[in-house]
Design a protein around this ligand. Structure first.
Ligand SMILES: CC(C)(COP(=O)(O)OP(=O)(O)OC[C@H]1O[C@@H](n2cnc3c(N)ncnc32)[C@H](O)[C@@H]1OP(=O)(O)O)[C@@H](O)C(=O)NCCC(=O)NCCS
Length: 322
């Protein structure tokens, strides 16, 4: 079996807030945010809009592109750090809202690396023959737990959702392999103190707010994201120079450029959405993928590499022949 991406979709809330608008509320400037991070604006969900509402919109778009119906889905994985409720999973609310009949549904918690974790897990379900079509979604309403007094952190994040349908198809023996070629996941809990939310049901009984040591996260992100790309290309025995598109987690343009340089990838091969979306955590890679596909840059047969690092610290990558 091969695991192909049969459809991709995304959703951004209507409310786009520019740096200049943000500077009216907190002590910052467009110049500071843009020069340090590459961010120009971010989208914020409405008060009554939940993570599963955004996930549902992205999922519909992915289903439509794949030409599939909700009844075709056998597995739903939502990667999120901002679930609708502490339990049950956001995945079951997405299932309910899409009208997917009983199937396997759960969330993964790997922060900004969540979509890569979800892709790896879904790939395993497909290649072991447990499901044919899996819906994987990265969806976040990060605006609900930002500390607006911490200006070095709150300006970096936004809300949104991105989804992909992974489908199992028989391998084509005569042709080059397609779909997911290799994946890599890792986490190091010793580094959890650098990026986390300072609340939780079993500790404070609150949701908490995002806390980040920006410099440490930056340093680890460049090292591990680039390392993760090396890892998947080696695992698939593919040359880095054959990569058509690098679709990295969108945390900071300086992190993206540093990784591209380490990987000797021309910047024209990198999908960048940070200027318009800011950091949407687990949603950022599928959002960027969807933009690249719908504007015609990413074409069927292209070799794509996804890589991300986030809270955990957790990181990972996936090499995919689209
Ligand atoms: C957060 C980040 C942009 C900060 O950039 P930096 O160059 O390290 O900036 P510093 O923290 O050293 O702050 C520099 C100055 O800017 C100020 N500053 C911080 N936030 C500011 C803001 N929003 N507006 C204006 N000034 C700000 C600081 O107070 C500091 O001033 P001082 O030198 O007078 O004390 C950067 O570390 C980063 O992007 N890290 C990675 C974060 C990330 O990607 N996280 C998610 C990963 S999933």
């Amino acid at each position: 079996m091969e695991t192909i991406i049969s459809g991709v979709g995304s959703y951004l809330p209507e409310n786009a807030v520019t740096n200049t608008e943000l500077a009216k509320r907190i002590d910052t400037s467009d110049e500071w945010i843009r020069s340090r991070s590459g961010i120009g604006q971010r989208h914020f969900a409405a008060d009554d809009q939940s993570t599963s509402d955004m996930a549902r919109e992205a999922a519909w778009n992915a289903l439509e592109q794949a030409g599939l119906k909700p009844t075709d889905i056998g597995l739903i994985i939502v990667a999120t750090v901002t679930p609708d409720k502490t339990f049950p999973s956001t995945a079951v609310y997405v299932q309910q809202k899409l009208g997917v009949p009983p199937c396997i549904a759960f969330d993964v918690s790997a922060a900004c690396a969540g979509f890569i974790y979800a892709m790896n897990v879904a790939h395993s379900f497909i290649t072991t023959g447990q499901v044919k079509h899996a819906l994987i979604i990265g969806a976040e309403k990060l605006s609900c737990f930002l500390d607006w007094n911490d200006r070095a952190t709150c300006v970096l994040f936004g809300d949104g959702a991105g989804a992909a349908i992974l489908s199992g198809v028989p391998a084509r023996t005569a042709a080059r392999p397609r779909g997911v070629l290799s994946t890599y996941l890792a986490a190091d809990g010793r580094l959890a103190k650098h990026l986390y939310a300072d609340g939780g049901p079993s500790t404070t009984g609150t949701v908490g707010q995002v806390r980040m040591n920006g410099k440490e996260v930056f340093r680890n992100a460049v090292q591990e994201i680039a390392g993760a790309v090396f890892e998947v290309t080696e695992r698939a025995k593919v040359s880095r120079h054959d990569i058509d598109w690098f679709v990295p987690h969108q945390a900071n343009i300086r992190i993206i450029h540093s990784c591209a340089k380490k990987l000797e990838l021309d910047e024209s091969k990198v999908i960048v959405t940070i200027d318009k979306h800011a950091n949407t955590s687990s949603a950022s890679i599928p959002l960027a993928l969807d933009i690249g596909i719908r504007d015609g840059r990413i074409k069927r047969g292209d070799l794509l590499v996804f890589a991300a690092l986030g809270g955990g610290l957790a990181w990972g990558s996936a090499l995919v022949r689209y």
